[in-house]
Ligand binder design. Structure first.
Ligand SMILES: O=P(O)(O)O[C@H]1O[C@H](CO)[C@@H](O)[C@H]1O
Ligand SMILES: O=c1cc[nH]c(=O)[nH]1
Length: 235
């Protein structure tokens, strides 16, 4: 096992979905994967492997925020040989035209995190971006399924609760669709270690209107996003 994942060698597939919520991982495995089994309960950050349309796929909870998600992305790639990772998360919309439950594909991820400033000695503003092949496939899959998916930039924030909502308004002016808390780290770590990564999100909250889904809905009902992610990751 690795430091934070309790799987034996060979128990994790090369293709992994990464929800922040470990109970969303359980729901995905039980709802969509055939012959799935739980390979890790370390810290209750559940991970499962099964098959989807005959292809081995794992689903690993990654927790909330970039420090947590970085640990899982790093160990999945470096200790278990994972090659493709699709985050399946929730997000808060910051542009007016987005509605609750809309599906978003994150082409690039701005961040207020200091992680990449440390990586590049504060000299470069590294631009974390999605793997183009995964993104293109996800766009095709969504179109085939008749799912309207917005593709655009997002913000990966360190804090869920912000004292600076004015910055969200400014980002929205620059085309940023939504806010979540992991994508910049996922894209950076995948690039660093030669894996492919994409972030798909469902709008769980609208930051402008105050509308929000319940915890149960965030855990068990984001099926359009999950179906796009599964079909993309096996393609
Ligand atoms: O629903 P998940 O995937 O956890 O994603 C979002 O939800 C959490 C905050 O509620 C953060 O992890 C954020 O990125
Ligand atoms: O508002 C939100 C909703 C989900 N995730 C976030 O990070 N922010």
């Amino acid at each position: 096992m690795s430091t934070h994942i309790g799987a034996e060698a060979g128990q994790i597939a090369e293709r992994v979905l990464l929800p922040g919520d470990p109970l969303r991982a359980k729901w995905i495995a039980e709802t969509y994967l055939k012959d799935s089994y739980c390979y890790s309960t370390v810290r209750n950050m559940l991970g499962f492997t099964g098959t989807y349309e005959g292809v081995a796929v794992s689903v690993q909870g990654s927790g909330m925020g970039m420090p947590s998600a970085s640990i899982y992305a790093h160990e999945l790639i470096n200790d278990y040989g994972v090659k493709a990772l699709i985050r399946v998360g929730s997000c808060g919309a910051i542009r007016d035209e987005l509605k609750l439950r809309d599906v978003v594909a994150a082409i690039g991820s701005s961040t207020d995190s200091n992680m990449n400033r440390v990586r590049f000695d504060g000299l470069i503003d590294y631009a974390p971006v999605a793997d183009f092949g995964l993104l293109r496939t996800a766009v095709d899959v969504a179109a085939e399924k008749g799912i309207e998916m917005r593709v655009g930039p997002i913000l990966a924030a360190d804090a869920f609760y912000t004292d600076r909502p004015d910055l969200y308004d400014r980002l929205a002016d620059y085309g940023v669709l939504a806010v979540e808390m992991e994508s910049a780290a996922l894209y950076t770590i995948a690039a660093r270690f030669g894996a492919r990564a994409l972030t798909l999100l469902t709008v769980s909250d609208h930051i402008k209107t105050g509308e929000r889904t319940t915890a149960q809905e965030r855990e068990q009902t984001f099926s359009q996003m999950v179906e796009v992610a599964l079909k993309t990751i096996i393609s």
